[in-house]
Design a protein around this ligand. Structure first.
Ligand code: SAH
Length: 235
């Protein structure tokens, strides 16, 4: 996907980038390529792949949620900033927290944020299940791309989601994940709102955006330690 195709595809999902936003993405991409030579942050290494599989793909979340108001958004396992940092560039009004357990990724993110002079964006180095009570039911939107099975993700995120907020994981193909996650979602106060399946343009690979809201407060003993989450599914 070249930049012309990127802009054309974004127009189809009602996003019209400014020159400044396109410039910011170029800078972001260049720092990513530079860091990648040292740290191998992502397997995606060409300009056109970065525009399609990172930048465009991150923005597809807008198919499911209007991001124009001042919402507090948490991106769990953001890696090199997908989707959270891309969303900040397009929706500067968002108050964003980028969380990752890998410190190399956090220092990369801090470099990009400083270079782009972004405000109201925080990087946290740590594990989602250990975020702590400070963030209990704190965020309006929680997202996460390519991090874990939905059942695991639901427990890593729903405790930090405010009542009536939205948890919106971005996934590839989901087969049995939803069924396998039903009881966890319910136990933590969540409710499935929508499943949006589509193809990524150009390479036509499957994408699924799952939209979950919170209709009841999560019991305060969640999330449990990771080992429990992994080996003792909620029945
Ligand atoms: N969202 C990015 C990165 C996906 S790779 C993208 O789509 O490109 C998964 C990332 O999740 C890794 O960077 C890993 O360090 C992080 N991660 C995995 N489990 C985590 C946890 N429990 N808490 C915080 N980060 C986690």
């Amino acid at each position: 996907m070249n930049i012309t195709e990127f802009v054309q595809e974004l127009a189809k999902i009602n996003i019209n980038p400014t020159e400044e936003q396109l410039e910011a993405l170029e800078i972001y991409k260049n720092i990513l390529l530079e860091y990648n030579q040292k740290f191998n942050l992502t397997a995606i290494k060409t300009d056109s792949e970065i525009y399609l599989k990172h930048f465009y793909d991150s923005l597809t979340i807008t198919k499911e949620i209007d991001l124009k108001s001042n919402l507090k958004l948490l991106d769990i396992g953001t890696g090199a900033g997908f989707p959270g940092l891309v969303l900040k560039i397009f929706f500067p009004n968002l108050e964003i927290t980028l969380l990752d357990s890998n410190n190399k990724k956090i220092s990369f993110l801090e470099t990009v944020i400083k270079r782009l002079n972004l405000q109201d964006i925080t990087c946290l180095h740590g594990r989602a299940e250990e975020l702590g009570s400070k963030y209990f039911e704190y965020f309006d939107i929680i997202t996460s791309r390519a991090v874990a099975h939905l059942r695991i993700l639901a427990e890593l995120s729903l405790p930090y989601l405010s009542l009536n907020g939205y948890f919106i994981p971005l996934k590839g193909n989901v087969t049995n994940e939803l069924e396998e996650s039903e009881s966890t979602i319910k136990a933590l106060g969540g409710k499935l709102v929508n499943i949006n399946e589509f193809m990524l343009p150009i390479e036509n690979s499957a994408r699924t955006i799952i939209k979950i809201t919170k209709i009841q407060s999560t019991p305060e003993n969640y999330p449990r330690p990771y080992d429990k989450i992994l080996h003792h599914p909620i029945k």
